[in-house]
Write a protein that binds this ligand. Structure first.
Ligand code: CA
Length: 464
């Protein structure tokens, strides 16, 4: 009884946080491009007191020189260096995001203050650290019948038979490779959910809970992934959203419980960037992508990132990171967003980034109609997937249905994972091209996306 109440409470809290997704209403207009010697923006910071800056080498030299003056030849800690970098531009705190990009914080941060840092020659780029949100909505609880229609639509309850991703047919060809890893950049994943526990990635070079960075990747005890919200090892879900997405991708099948994912043999790497209210920021997402790229470079067969989130405007440092992910063969699947917007004219990020490994996914219902909340875009949204009344894994070993482009993107991540299990040499652009060309056309979606149809696992695998 107590557990049930807690679940209900968690659920109600999460609903309240998610309903109004106001990506664009809250964000500043595009900043007007390059300005003087740096790329910056003239409007207030969307996330109060924070920005993502790229330090020049001169800043590192100056910071190191200052520390040497103070501490002599004693090697200063990384934290001391980061603090010193922040101090150079009048900020209090800085934390590395990727390469020489840091997120900086200060009580009185504003663009003119940072501009003075730029003018001192320490910073080559300043960009806002936008807020990002999960793209899910609570589903209509009275509309549950025809439960797993996204995998296999039987036409029950008046729905449209075959408006589904053809998972049953695909599983005859592939259920995914057990060493293929999909990173879920989200609220974390419920690590002990019985339908997920066997499919959570484990870092083979890390010993859990020994308080050491065994594999020397800069993260202590990152055995199951990482929690970038708390800078802590365990990416356990405190909302439900990442758990729900993970189940759509890779819940275990044939275990006589719950549901099955599209790619039921692949592994999930949970990278937690959204808190218990489904909120985070661009810097956190960038840190997680950096982690995924580095894992790939270190030999983890990580080929897909699922990003059922978004918010803010174009951040050049983010797009650069996506291009680096493309270079190492990682497909980036992004939810198109839930504002009923045309992404051609009102872009949603990261879905609208133009890196060749980005695929943007709209949500449809079991009748094959674009979900009322789903963003669309004849040029900017690629394809559709099931996103209304989607049952998947929840906290405490439970299952619940949700709506959102957040739920649609993981279907595509699952299909990409099946394809890359069978044909590891495919580039991200090839994977995306096949997913689009093999989708099942739905006439009502014409004009709403590049490939107006529902993604099909079966047809994608047959096209390899
Ligand atoms: Ca480590």
């Amino acid at each position: 009884m107590r557990l049930r109440n807690r679940t209900l409470l968690a659920f109600l809290l999460s609903c309240a946080a998610l309903i109004p997704h106001t990506t664009h209403a809250d964000s500043a207009p595009p900043g007007g491009g390059p300005e003087g010697p740096f790329t910056g923006f003239g409007t207030p910071f969307p996330k109060k007191g924070e920005a993502i800056v790229r330090f020049k080498q001169a800043a590192f030299r100056k910071a190191n020189a200052n520390l040497k003056q103070r501490f002599g030849n004693r090697t200063p800690s990384k934290n001391a260096l980061w603090r010193e970098l922040a101090t150079l531009i009048g900020m209090r705190i800085s934390q590395p995001v990727s390469g020489s990009s840091f997120v900086v914080k200060g009580t009185s941060i504003n663009s003119s203050r940072l501009r003075s840092g730029v003018l001192k020659g320490f910073v080559s780029r300043v960009e806002p650290n936008y807020k990002v949100n999960a793209f899910a909505e609570p589903s209509d609880f009275f509309y549950r019948l025809g439960l797993l229609w996204g995998l296999n639509n039987t036409g029950a309850n008046g729905s449209s038979k075959n408006v589904d991703v053809d998972a049953i047919e695909a599983w005859g060809m592939s259920q995914g490779s057990s060493d293929l890893v999909v990173a879920v950049i989200d609220t974390g994943v419920s690590l002990n959910h019985p339908d997920l526990v066997d499919n959570i990635w484990r870092n083979p070079q890390e010993i859990p809970n020994n308080n050491l960075d065994d594999d020397k990747n800069g993260f202590i005890d990152d055995f199951f992934g990482y929690d970038f919200v708390n800078n802590a090892p365990s990416p356990n879900d405190q909302m439900f959203h990442g758990t729900h997405c993970a189940g759509i991708i890779a819940a275990k099948n044939n275990n006589n419980r719950g549901i099955a994912g599209v790619a039921p043999n692949v592994k999930i790497m949970p990278l937690r960037v959204l808190n218990a209210r489904g909120e985070g920021d661009v810097a956190g997402v960038m840190k997680a992508i950096r982690y995924a790229i580095d894992a790939r470079k270190r030999g983890v067969n990580l080929r897909v990132i699922n990003a059922s989130l978004g918010g803010g405007d174009r951040v050049a440092g983010f797009e650069e990171l996506l291009r680096e992910a493309n270079q190492v063969g990682i497909v980036f699947v992004a939810a198109a967003g839930n504002e009923s917007n045309d992404n051609d004219t009102k872009p949603t990020y990261p879905a609208n980034f133009e890196s060749p490994n980005v695929i943007s996914v709209a949500a449809i219902d079991k009748f094959g109609q674009l979900a009322s909340f789903s963003n669309f875009g004849e040029r900017s949204v690629d394809v559709a997937a099931p996103g209304v009344g989607i049952w998947s894994t929840f906290l405490f070993g439970f299952y619940l249905p949700f709506d959102g482009t957040s739920m649609a993107a993981p279907f595509v991540s699952g299909v990409a994972a099946l394809m890359l299990s069978e044909r590891p040499n495919l580039t991200p652009a090839q994977v995306i091209s096949i997913i689009k060309s093999s989708s099942k056309r739905i006439s009502g979606l014409e004009g709403a996306m590049v490939s107006p149809g529902i993604v099909s696992a079966e047809r994608a695998l047959r096209s390899l």
